[in-house]
Design a protein around this ligand. Sequence first.
Ligand code: FES
Length: 186
Amino acid sequence: MDTPTAPTPAPDAPGDRRDFLTKAAAIAIGGAITVVPPVAGLCVFLDPLRRQSAAGASVLVASLNALAEGGEPKKFPVVADKVDAWNRATNVPIGAVYLQRLKDNKVRALNVVCPHAGCFVNYRAGENDFFCPCHDSRFSTDGAILDPKSPSPRPLDELPVEIRKGTEVWVTFQNFRAGEHKKIPV
Ligand code: FES
């Protein structure tokens, strides 16, 4: 007489199907968790706006008509879209520049941030210089250090300017690390 054996469940029994679906779902979710972050990271890396923010974005700052040729430097806010890992804000002040119109429709742009420790310099019309109120650094209108004892390790940071459509003053805005002799973008 044969010994009775335990019945083998049919492969398509409802309990097995549930197990199969649960395992399949776990594998799919696990795969998504593994794959999505690198893909998202790649998108962040490839996104042109993010690359632009990292390298310094070109921003429309003023009209050439707002500057008199040979006139004094004038301060303008730099307003642009700001992007970080999670947020995108439009028309946010990201800094400020002094613009001075030179000959032949050339414009000089200087970042207002003092390279010593990050205070804002002010243009002084009476002295025709830039003065930092924090530790008394003085700079000429082209950004050069005036006082040899100045604590600033480098001149004011000049930024590239492009005139578009005849009158639009575009500045490639960038901040640089304070306290360094070289201009190191931040
Ligand atoms: S922050 Fe400008 S001189 Fe120190």
